[in-house]
Design a binder for this molecule. Sequence first.
Ligand code: SF4
Length: 309
Amino acid sequence: MLLTKTVAEEILELKQERKAVLLAHHYQEPEIQELADAVGDSLELARRAKDFDGDVIAFCGVWFMAETAKVLNPQRIVIVPDKAASCSLVENCPVEPIRAYRRAHPDHVIVSYINTSVEVKAESDILCTSRNAVDVVNSIPPDKTVLFLPDRNLGAYVKDKTGRQNLRIWQGTCIVHATFPARRVTEAKQQYPDALIAAHPECPQAVLAMADFVGSTSEIINWCVSHPAREFIVMTESGVRFSLERLAPGKQFHFVANEQCNCSECPYMKLNTLEKLRDALTHLEPRVEIPEALRVRALLPIERMLALR
Ligand code: SF4
């Protein structure tokens, strides 16, 4: 009898054949996370990509994350399931105005969130993620003016936490987090009065003001898992439910729909599917290619961030 392999089985076979590692962001569909060698947020995956031993990195997240993995791993093939998996923050922040800003203000320090294109990273002095953004800005001499880009809500959060007045903020937003309305968080709290609220700093300030905890995706997961409370309203992309329920069985997690899609899913992240991942491993395409001169310039601000730990 001829047994038909499942797509998941095909992926596992291809992974071995290609000596590939599969990295998945928390916002990926559960069936992708289940197959992954590592699941994490941007910073964890950037570090994991650097430490990994193998020929191919199959990056299930969005394009800028795969670019970061390629910058750190020039000798490895980096593939993605769908090249169209971008990010509204990347789309909001083209490189030309950043180059113009750099020319006009050569003495300012440009701090870029990891959610930027490789071209913007190359124009930056140091990178940050939502987890270390406050530490990164605090590492810059206080007399230096900082341009923080591209997320305006994370920028406002950092400005508040650092108390830094000479912090200019780019006006980009995440289409998922920035469209969570405070009104719906209030309604959720009325519906689940015992639940604590955990929010990602890309959320609007009115939402952050209601939160019991503010942190990156992985910090939110760790906080919910270790906190003695049993019920949480989670203000981030709903893909984290997979890790939350795996790590904290029995606890309850509620997600709030945003006004963009009446859901809490990132449309870019959800472009990735098992079938596309299998095809990418089969053909080793779509592949991230970065000119060497650009890669070297983008590497420096990433390494400055990683050196901070
Ligand atoms: S959730 Fe927001 S920040 Fe994350 S990839 Fe999607 S659009 Fe970009």
